[in-house]
Design a protein around this ligand. Structure first.
Ligand code: PGA
Length: 254
């Protein structure tokens, strides 16, 4: 059985006080109703990891993750944060290859692959993001684009390594825009990803890998998206910055 996952991507939002407040409100909601069959992962900015990990410790089904990591182990890389640093804080999940990192920071598929390899070597779990631009979608290249991304990174992992990976399909044009992909299109591409994984790694891995959708998920559209047979949850940006919206999204998943 693949895991059901709702990951919050706070991006570069909120200061320390606001982060604690948002976490406190989420904990209050979960205290009343915590569906522990859904893994909730709060991917928060680096400076607040320790604080939020402490606040969330001992809550079943709730995890704290990072939004990025270095592809290097240690050394003269000013401003970078290594997997080992994250691991020493008991962080297990890390987003890698988000389209903002690809587009704004020039991250290539080969760099993303190095990060994934570092993470899985430490028994950590990358949340690997892929997705097409609007232009690629309009030209009908979306499936090819996403499968190419996956071939250049995920397919280069061993069977043992890929078992620890979560995939998040995020059409770039849907991120932060209020536009979501059509339900049929989401299902089509998730199925194409799963079939690709099956042809490379076999049926058992493809059945067990979690594939999340991301891009303008909100409390109103979440249920329909999560009901799709090849969608195993979501990566939520804007709506995860409000505790009620985030919890409504979690609760719409069953
Ligand atoms: P969004 O962001 O929900 O604000 O569209 C999703 C993401 O970037 O992961």
């Amino acid at each position: 059985m693949r895991s059901k996952i709702i990951a919050a991507n706070w991006k570069m939002n909120k200061d320390e006080y606001e982060s604690k407040k948002l976490t406190f409100e989420i904990l209050k909601h979960l205290n009343k109703n915590n569906n522990t069959s859904i893994n909730k992962i709060l991917c928060v900015p680096f400076p607040f990891l320790s604080t939020i990990i402490n606040m969330c410790s001992g809550i079943e089904g709730l995890f704290v993750g990072a939004q990025n990591c270095s592809s290097n182990i240690d050394g003269p890389y000013t401003g970078e944060v290594s997997c080992l640093m994250l691991k020493s804080l008991s962080v297990r999940y890390t987003i890698v290859g988000h389209s903002e990192r690809r587009d704004l920071f020039g991250e290539s598929e080969s760099l993303i692959l190095e990060k994934i390899k570092r993470l899985v070597a430490e028994n950590m779990i990358p949340i690997y993001c892929c997705g097409e631009s609007l232009e690629e979608r309009n030209k009908g290249f979306h499936i090819k684009k996403v499968l190419n991304q996956i071939e250049d990174s995920i397919f280069k992992l061993s069977t043992k390594e890929v078992k620890n990976v979560i995939i998040a399909y995020e059409p770039i044009w849907a991120i932060g825009t209020g536009k979501t992909a059509d339900l049929e299109d989401i299902q089509e591409i998730h199925l194409a990803i799963r079939k690709g994984i099956r042809s490379k790694f076999g049926r058992s891995i493809s059945k067990n890998i979690s594939i999340l959708y991301g891009g303008s998920i909100n409390a109103l559209n979440a249920k329909q998206i999560f009901d799709l047979s090849d969608v195993d949850g979501g990566l939520v940006g804007g709506a995860s910055l409000n505790s009620q919206d985030f919890i409504d999204i979690v609760n719409s998943f069953n």
